[in-house]
Design a protein around this ligand. Sequence first.
Ligand code: MF3
Ligand code: CO
Length: 264
Amino acid sequence: MRKFQGVFIKNEREIACLAEANRLVANILDAIGDMIAPGLETRLIDEFTQNYCERHRVKPAFKGYYGYPYSVCCSVNEQVVHGFPSTRKLAEGDIVSVDVGVVYQGFVGDAARTWPVGRVSQEASRLMRVTEDSLYVGIDRARPGCNVFEIGAAVQEFVEAAGFNVVRRFVGHGVGARMHEKPEVPNFKPALRGVTLQPGMVIAIEPMVTAGTYEVDILDDKWTAVTRDGRLAAHFEHSVAITHGAPRILSVSDRGLERHTINA
Ligand code: MF3
Ligand code: CO
């Protein structure tokens, strides 16, 4: 595969595979969104995703990745990312972030959304709306000739203007035959300049936004990232192809692109 500044340039066939992988991911997320309700055990989200992958003959991308034990990540409230699905029941007022990845013909789809469980606080719904909006602010910078770090700068500026913070510990990434490829796609403005985006690059942009501090801790399970101050976090992710023109969001479901944040 051709590279530019160390980043793989995908051809049309490879982009088509990535688009299909991401369409399946987005369809899974639509179905999960329909399941979210008070009383749902988050392990059922994992079970659904495994069944869906079997039915569609694709592989969950996360299971076994550096030993990650599940097919999805379910992160509730102060959990930022990489939470384990469990027998925990979602409760009215919670927010839940779900991250899904599948492998279709050797190519990885990767996307995430956060949902309210029943009625949630004003702070929670504003946090989700700002996080999802910040993703689109970042996507708008995913154009040829732009520096990849302009994405994070734009996300950070938008989020901080809303009074929230962006997590530094985890970043977005190039995505292709591997889930994590170059370049890193931070949600903040790094000191250096990054690569110049080119048509054929595919990146996962995934702002993780906190109501309070951006500092996170990792729980004893070695995976679950939680906010250090215990306040809420939200996470939205799309996989996006750089084209000659406007950014092409690949993680679009058969229902089409919707804003998924409700009652905001
Ligand atoms: N979207 C997440 C990421 O890009 C998913 C990784 S979860 C893992 O890092 F368990 F597979 F690591
Ligand atoms: Co990702």
